[in-house]
Design a protein around this ligand. Structure first.
Ligand SMILES: Nc1ncnc2c1ncn2[C@@H]1O[C@H](COP(=O)(O)OP(=O)(O)O)[C@@H](O)[C@H]1O
Ligand SMILES: [Mg+2]
Length: 471
């Protein structure tokens, strides 16, 4: 007889993230406190922008019994439809953002990780109250059945919704460490206030301190549209799923109907080059094992597709970014540059950068540089030294622009927006160095630096003129 047989079993998605919560930013009480604030705020921002409402978000943290913290986040967003509330807050990997459109959330994970963390540290449910502006306002107390990844409803109350209120209130308890998370949370809010000067943010911390970020712009960037996948970036699984859904029909019709910016003319040109019959039935494509991989390889390699249309992106725009920087940092000078849309493996992206100088901009300390990083309007505060923007800043020869980021009051801002940010982890903390993205950041920063150089030269000329006159 051999030894005991090994035990095999499958675990649910909730169980997986419960066991591996550090990959989603829940490594310790400090980081978890920060991540919970961030995930709930991001959901609120997404809900406001998706509904076209200027965000007005209230966040409160307070101490409750047992030394735990309670967070409450209230927004004026579009609300969660009643039939989805339980799963939106009680089922990991359930969400409304699995589309090709720029959003902050992507995995259907963040909010639930907050719920899950609250549950495993305090054994209490999340309270959600929401309305989409209709007749009903509904409140739920929800927990996650971790082993089955299903929501457990502890309470359900439906009331009349007076005054067509729309929005969501989320409240949950968790064991955290506010004192040590505070600098990061406040830094995070300030980052948000810069990139979203059209948002009004109120934060009351457990010590009763009020942080208020006033709205300084009465309009928002154009909201992102949803798009079809670009042929350059697809893989076998995507094409197989689309083909199954398409069913019977010609290969050329399949391409034209399912992919981004593929017209008949280009589709024909492509199929001729790939030596595939335009009239082949898609059912046939599915029947043969080798055809889809062949098609996908050809799609990825074909050079004549039209570049992706950036309408699925929602950059901040030069004007709003400038308003945000001026409002929070009060610099003497700021140069904002928006680069033209570009793409990496079929994913469109836009890079926006800025350099601010003087005034309220602090001189960086101990050879560090002031760098504000954003991806799809999310501030990135951790792992700065691994980020592509830092790599670019280290590489550029700033002396050519007569500036020194380590000894002058200079701040850099980099915003990358894309339907697919090349994050390195699900914790969404830093951007991998894709050469295409790196190139746009570099040239954006150089353009901004050139303008700062011109400004500083003029300022020096004027000052020496003044000195000569005074002498
Ligand atoms: N404040 C909110 N307002 C409206 N909808 C929300 C809000 N918070 C969460 N949701 C809904 O719940 C879903 C799940 O949220 P979450 O777990 O954070 O995942 P993700 O944001 O990645 O989709 C979201 O996709 C959204 O539809
Ligand atoms: Mg989210």
């Amino acid at each position: 007889m051999g030894g005991m047989e090994e035990k095999f079993k499958a675990i649910s998605a909730a169980d997986f993230f419960y066991r591996n919560r550090e990959i989603a930013g829940f490594d310790n009480p400090v980081r978890s406190t920060y991540t919970i604030c961030r995930e709930l705020l991001e959901n609120s921002m997404d809900a406001c922008e998706a509904g076209g409402y200027l965000p007005d978000i209230y966040m409160r943290l307070r101490y409750v019994e047992g030394g735990a913290l309670e967070i409450k986040v209230e927004d004026n967003g579009k609300g969660v439809p009643r039939r989805y509330v339980k799963r939106a807050f009680g089922q990991v990997l359930f969400g409304s953002k699995y589309t090709l459109r720029q959003t902050r959330g992507i995995f259907g994970l963040g909010g639930k990780m907050a719920v899950l963390y609250g549950q495993i540290t305090t054994n209490s449910p999340v309270h959600v109250t929401s309305s989409t502006g209709g007749m009903e306002k509904y409140s739920y107390k929800i927990m996650v059945d971790i082993e089955r990844n299903e929501p457990l409803t502890k309470q359900e109350v439906v009331e009349r919704n007076h005054g067509q209120w729309h929005g969501t209130v989320v409240k949950l308890k968790f064991q955290g460490d506010y004192a040590r998370a505070r600098p990061k949370i406040v830094d995070y809010l300030r980052h948000v206030a810069i990139i979203e000067p059209y948002a009004q943010l109120t934060f009351v911390d457990p010590d009763g301190v009020l942080y208020f970020f006033r709205r300084k712009a009465g309009y928002m960037p154009r909201p992102p549209l949803e798009v079809l996948p670009h042929p350059q970036g697809v893989d076998v699984e995507t094409v197989r799923r689309l083909a199954e859904r398409f069913g019977q029909g010609s290969l050329i019709d399949f391409l034209v109907e399912n992919f981004h910016r593929v017209g008949r003319r280009i589709a024909l040109k492509f199929l001729r080059k790939a030596r595939l019959d335009p009239d082949m039935d898609v059912v046939e494509l599915l029947r043969r094992e080798d055809l889809i991989p062949k098609l996908v390889k050809a799609m990825n390699e074909f050079d004549d597709w039209l570049p992706p249309d950036p309408s699925c992106l929602s950059p901040i725009g030069k004007e709003l970014l400038e308003i945000g920087i001026k409002k929070e940092l009060k610099p003497e000078f700021v140069a904002v540059v928006q680069r033209k849309p570009s793409a990496y493996s079929g994913h469109p992206f836009i890079v926006e950068v800025a350099i601010a100088f003087g005034g309220g901009v602090p001189t960086s300390s101990q050879g560090e540089v002031n760098l504000y990083r954003y991806a799809n309007k999310i501030p990135l505060l951790y792992d700065v030294h691994n980020d592509v923007s830092m790599k670019v800043i280290k590489k550029v020869k700033w002396w050519r622009y007569k500036i020194n980021p380590e000894s002058m009051p200079i701040a850099f801002f980099v915003h990358v927006c894309s339907t697919k940010i090349p994050y390195k982890t699900v914790g969404k903390e830093y951007i991998a160095d894709r050469p295409e993205v790196e190139y746009e950041i570099e040239w954006g920063l150089k353009e901004a630096a050139r303008r700062l150089k011109t400004y500083l030269a003029r300022k020096r000329r004027e000052e020496s003129l003044k000195r000569r006159r005074a002498a």
